[in-house]
Design a protein around this ligand. Structure first.
Ligand SMILES: Cc1ncc(COP(=O)(O)O)c(C=O)c1O
Length: 354
């Protein structure tokens, strides 16, 4: 199997499994906001009024100041990037040749980026629920550890007290901790580890704006860190890597508190409906708190037959073959809008009736 390494762009999944692409499909493989974009963002983009004739601000000053006031964080410790993915790349560049621990299963870019910069990678696969001891060896042996929280793909959240203990211990051992909060704004309370930076300097907290605001094609992310770390990472960054439209869009997104709250409520309600259906129909699911979850047919070992059936019926799932710790035993699904989730339930019912 030569399956795509990420969700989205479903044509590649159809192609790799040699399944003809139907005329219509619903993409559950990408974890974007089920409500789409907030209206002010769409209006801004539709207005055609963003001037991109000149170079964008390479210091991202206006967006950083706005982030600083909204998030209550020193603007000098905020790094803006062309998606969180660019910041992961900058961190990998900084860690060149070092030992890096990655807590799995998790987003694959940490490992891909660090491998590209000749880091040696150690997998940490915690128990369920995770315990401090699960992380001990990884921290002692590595120069840096990546933790995704809320975690992609299961959508689960780690106990903040455990994270704090990990960060403190890592600090004592000279290990940098990168906490990826790309999906934190979907959590009921928007939980974050950002405040730990007041005490712990061995921490980077990563954020993405592409999911909550459905602007994955525009690319925008940022991260909180010490001023010293920001000065190191920005030296590796391509000048003007974040374009003017993304910078302006980011400022508009920071004013969309009502939209964020509505999204959280909507995603929680749709998720609960989906989980009730899955439970009643002998599918297992992860205890997700976000806009995606893992599921599997309890009656199958491997999920490939189900993936094939879904694709044939215009439902695009995200396989988990390239997630260490999952190896294809689960499928990741986005929480989409009501109509799409209803369609997914219908197709799963047809699968059960087969
Ligand atoms: C956990 C996680 N972090 C970071 C990213 C990258 O986000 P961005 O689109 O901001 O580069 C993704 C994208 O899927 C993700 O799932």
């Amino acid at each position: 199997l030569n399956l795509p390494i990420h969700g989205s762009n479903p044509q590649y999944l159809y192609e790799s499994l040699k399944i003809p692409m139907p005329g219509e499909w619903l993409d559950f493989s990408v974890n974007l906001n089920p409500l789409g974009q907030p209206e002010p963002l769409s209006s801004l983009l539709d207005s055609g009024k963003i001037d991109f004739s000149d170079y964008p601000d390479p210091r991202h000053t206006s967006l950083r100041l706005k982030l600083s006031s909204v998030e209550g964080f020193d603007p000098e410790g905020i790094l803006v990037g062309n998606g969180a993915a660019e910041i992961i790349q900058l961190i990998a560049c900084h860690l060149q040749g070092k030992k890096v621990a990655v807590v799995h299963p998790a987003f694959s870019e940490y490992e891909l980026a660090c491998s590209a910069f000749s880091c040696s990678i150690e997998h940490v696969i915690p128990s369920n629920p995770p315990e401090f001891e699960d992380f001990y060896n990884g921290i002692v042996r590595a120069d840096a550890i990546f933790i995704c929280n809320p975690n992609n793909p299961p959508g689960t959240v780690m106990d903040p007290a455990l994270i704090e203990r990990i960060v403190r211990f890592a600090g004592e051992k000279g290990c940098l901790v990168i906490i990826d909060e790309a999906f934190h704004d979907f959590l009921p309370q928007g939980d974050t580890c950002k405040q730990m930076l007041k005490v712990h300097t061995n921490l980077i907290v990563l954020r993405s704006m592409t999911k909550m605001f459905s602007m994955a094609g525009l690319r925008l992310g940022y991260a909180f860190m010490t001023v010293e770390m920001k000065e190191v990472l920005e030296k590796y960054q391509t000048q003007w890597s974040v374009n003017s439209i993304a910078l302006k869009a980011g400022e508009v997104c920071l004013e969309q508190e009502g939209f964020v709250l509505r999204t959280r409520g909507y995603a929680a309600e749709e998720r609960a409906g989906m989980f009730a259906f899955l439970g009643q129909n002998d599918f297992a699911f992860s205890q997700s708190k976000t806009n995606f979850y893992l599921m599997k047919d309890n009656r199958l070992q491997e999920q490939l037959d189900l993936i094939t059936f879904l694709l044939q019926n215009g439902i695009v799932p995200r396989h988990t073959y390239n997630f260490p710790g999952l190896e294809g035993r689960w499928i990741r699904m986005a929480v989409k809008d009501k109509a799409a989730n209803k369609r997914l339930m219908e197709v799963l019912q047809q699968w059960r009736a087969k």
